[in-house]
Write a protein of this length. Structure first.
Length: 205
C-alpha cells in the first residue's frame, strides 16, 4: 500500500522538506491499524527522536506517507519539570504514554482564547516564526492499540497537535505567519524547495 519502506535507511526515515508534494496533500484516514501502520508509527518515532534537532511532533506526510497519523512527544524538559505548571487533562493523560502515535487525530473544538508562540518544523529547517493558535483544543484520536481518546489539551501539546494536524491537511506553519515573517523566511523556503526537487529526482519521483 505505501512505499515508505523504500524511503531512508534502516529505521530512520527521510524527512521530506518544503517543495515535496506530500506536504501539500490532504492525507487519507487510517482504516485499519495493521502491521504496516504499526511499523510506520515506530519508524516515525525513531525519525522524530533521532533527528539532528529532535522534534516534539512529526506527521506521516513529512516522511512522504499521506495517511492521517502523527507522532508526538511534548513531555516537559527536565528544567521545565521543576516549574509548577498545571497540566491540562490531555497532558496528564498522554504524557505518560509519550512518545506515542495518534491515529486519525481530529480537533473537535477550540478555545476562543489564543496564544502566540514561536514554531519550527522538521520539514522547514531554518524557518522560524510566531503562530497564533487557540490555547486549548478538544482532541479526538485513536491510539496505536485502537483505544479511543477524547480529551482537552493545552500548553505545548495543544500547539503541537494543531501544527501536526495542519500537516494532514496540507498546511505548513509558514502559511500561518504574518506577511512580514513570511518575507523574512522566503529565501530559506525557496532554497529548501530547490534542494527537495533534486532529492525527489534522485529518488525517482
Ligand atoms: Zn511540521
Amino acid at each position: 500500500m505505501f512505499d515508505f519502506l523504500k524511503i531512508g535507511h534502516g529505521r530512520r526515515m527521510r524527512v521530506v522538506c518544503n517543495g515535496n508534494s506530500a506536504l501539500r496533500e490532504i492525507s487519507m484516514p487510517v482504516f485499519e491499524i495493521n502491521d504496516e501502520i504499526r511499523q510506520l508509527a515506530e519508524r516515525m518515532i525513531v525519525t522524530m527522536k533521532e533527528n539532528e534537532i529532535p522534534g516534539v511532533g512529526l506527521a506521516a506526510p513529512q516522511v512522504g506517507v499521506n495517511v492521517r497519523m502523527i507522532v508526538i512527544d511534548t513531555r516537559p524538559q527536565k528544567k521545565e519539570k521543576k516549574k509548577h505548571v498545571e497540566l491540562s487533562p490531555g497532558e496528564q493523560l498522554l504524557n505518560p504514554k509519550m512518545p506515542m502515535a495518534l491515529i486519525n487525530p481530529e480537533i473537535l473544538s477550540s478555545s476562543a482564547e489564543t496564544e502566540t508562540g514561536c514554531e519550527g518544523c522538521l520539514s522547514l529547517p531554518g524557518v522560524e516564526g510566531d503562530v497564533t493558535r487557540p490555547a486549548r483544543v478538544l482532541l479526538s484520536a485513536k491510539t496505536i492499540d485502537g483505544e479511543d481518546i477524547v480529551t482537552e489539551c493545552g500548553g505545548l501539546l495543544a500547539r503541537c497537535l494543531q501544527h501536526e494536524i495542519d500537516h494532514l491537511n496540507g498546511i505548513l506553519f509558514f502559511d500561518r505567519l504574518s506577511n512580514e515573517q513570511k518575507a523574512e523566511n522566503q529565501e530559506v523556503m525557496l532554497a529548501l524547495a530547490e534542494q527537495e526537487k533534486l532529492l525527489a529526482k534522485a529518488e525517482g519521483k
